[in-house]
Design a protein around this ligand. Structure first.
Ligand code: ZN
Ligand code: MN
Length: 487
């Protein structure tokens, strides 16, 4: 959203809870929505003398994330204490990684469909990748809930493995920030690393924003916005903050480096603390944890990398000969992509199956507000139904009826439902007679078809469909009309 006179530079720090069975440094289970303080032990409560034990699964998932995003992993990584006093972290330090994190460099590709809907038509930097600085692994803190005169703390969340993904200030606009978060989320969900649900706090975001005059090379002073917990608040807060900083600069004021917060209700940013009272975390290596050699884990992760959304899109375009857009819609969600592939497996036209899934199936799911995972109609049945249409057994409209019935009786086959409904193709001599009747009754359009106007045949096809009460196959009828009048 940089104006011609100003350039905005935005970097994101995203905290993502990993999908692991147990916590980062103890055996307590990781579960959401349990009664407060029931999933705890001396280690995640931060009691004196309790020792941390590393969760290998969390390390592996972080290395996997790095591998998918093109990061490198140092030979040896280590664990550091980040010291600060806070009620949600009673041992008064967070175990994190300072100078040897699990992943360095790499980048997040911005997918077209990850941009806000209203910005997809006019993407300023198509195919852009936002560079990453690092990804490190740490422990989540407890969850504080502030009441009117007191605060409660739930330690169920304390010690959940938390991956912090830090980007370079490569993002130019609020729309790119949205695309970054959605693309990243897609990749994390795809690879099973995290559910990354922002509403559940599984993905949280801090934003760094600076603005500078277009004539200036070095970045302006940055403002950090803390703890944004929805994609829409990320977009609106960046939009607001860019405008605010430009106004300050225009008024001749200096931007002072500080931490701000976004007030979603009022729709504006508010100052939290300036650099003077910034924390000095006094990082030092955690004496309770040994450094980790990574080469074996990196090798085993590399051996079995899951397919990424954009790789799937390319494969779908090639293997099923569908458009880039259709492939992107289908590949946006792993479960939907799997459904489509099963539906298309034995279908005569994978392209028609794609249309059917995108236009009909998604509409019904949306209407019933159920997810693709909850869809009771097996993908093979959608493939079989499309085959019935393609072979002329049922018309497109009849297929819609069959499809609706499939949701009522998901155990029946499309062919059986079509038969029950009396959707059998009219026999060809009957159709032949209807065509003769339609031509005789409509000499005008018939003449136009005879003179080579193929489109005029549509009208005659419509008449034949009426005469056959929808039983004829419109595609075949049109072909027969053209043959009759043009040869
Ligand atoms: Zn514990
Ligand atoms: Mn952090």
């Amino acid at each position: 959203m940089s104006t011609p006179d100003y350039i905005a530079s935005i970097g994101l720090e995203v905290h993502v809870q990993l999908k692991t069975d147990s916590k980062m440094f103890c055996g307590c289970p990781v579960r959401f929505g349990e009664p407060p303080n029931t999933l705890t032990c001396p280690t995640c409560l931060g009691l004196p003398g309790a020792l941390p034990v590393l969760n290998g699964g969390a390390i592996e998932r972080t290395i996997l994330t790095g591998a998918l995003l093109g990061c490198s992993t140092p030979e040896v990584v280590k664990w550091d204490r980040k010291n600060y006093f806070y009620p949600d972290m009673p041992k008064n330090y967070q175990i994190s990684q300072y100078d040897l994190p699990l992943c360095l460099d790499g980048g997040v590709p911005l997918y077209e469909l990850a941009y806000p809907k209203d910005a997809q038509k006019d993407i300023v930097n198509p195919g852009k990748t936002v560079r990453l600085t690092r990804i490190h692994l740490e422990e989540d803190v407890a969850k504080s809930t502030h009441h009117s005169s007191y605060t409660t703390i739930d330690f169920n969340r304390a010690g959940t493995p938390l991956m912090e993904i830090v980007s370079e200030p490569d993002i130019d606009s609020p729309e790119e920030a949205v695309a970054y978060l959605n693309s990243l989320r897609q990749i994390l969900v795809y690879s099973g690393v995290s559910d990354a649900d922002m509403e559940k706090g599984q993905m949280r975001c801090d934003v760094n924003i600076s603005v500078r005059p277009a004539s200036q090379d070095e970045l302006g002073t940055k403002i950090e916005l803390k703890n944004l917990n929805s994609v829409s608040s990320v977009r609106r807060s960046i939009q607001y903050e860019i405008g605010r900083q430009i106004e300050e600069i225009e008024a001749g004021n200096k931007i002072v480096q500080a931490t701000w917060r976004w007030n979603d209700e009022v729709g504006q940013t508010e100052i939290m603390r300036t650099k003077e009272d910034a924390h000095d975390y006094r990082y030092f290596p955690d004496p309770d944890l040994l450094p980790v050699r990574t080469s074996e884990m990196v090798a085993s992760v590399q051996e079995d990398l899951p397919e990424l959304p954009h790789e799937k899109v390319e494969r779908f375009e090639k293997d099923y000969e569908i458009t880039h857009y259709d492939a992107s819609v289908l590949a946006a969600e792993q479960a939907l992509a799997d459904y489509y592939e099963k539906a298309a497996a034995d279908a005569s036209s994978p392209k028609k199956v794609a249309n059917w899934v995108i236009n009909n199936l998604l509409a019904v799911l949306n209407e019933k507000s159920i997810s693709i995972e909850e869809c009771e109609v097996a993908p093979e049945k959608v493939g079989a139904l499309v085959n019935l249409v393609e072979s002329g057994q049922v018309s497109n409209n009849q297929a819609k009826d069959v499809f609706a019935e499939l949701f009522e009786s998901p155990d029946k086959s499309p062919a059986a439902i079509a038969k029950e409904k009396g959707f059998e193709p009219a026999d060809s001599s009957e159709v032949e007679a209807f065509i003769d009747e339609a031509i005789a009754a409509n000499p005008g359009p018939a003449g136009e078809v005879a003179e080579g106007n193929d489109k005029a045949a549509n009208f005659l096809t419509g008449q034949v469909m009426k005469l056959s009460r929808g039983k004829a196959n419109p595609k075949q009828v049109t072909e027969m009309i053209l043959k009759k009048l043009q040869s």
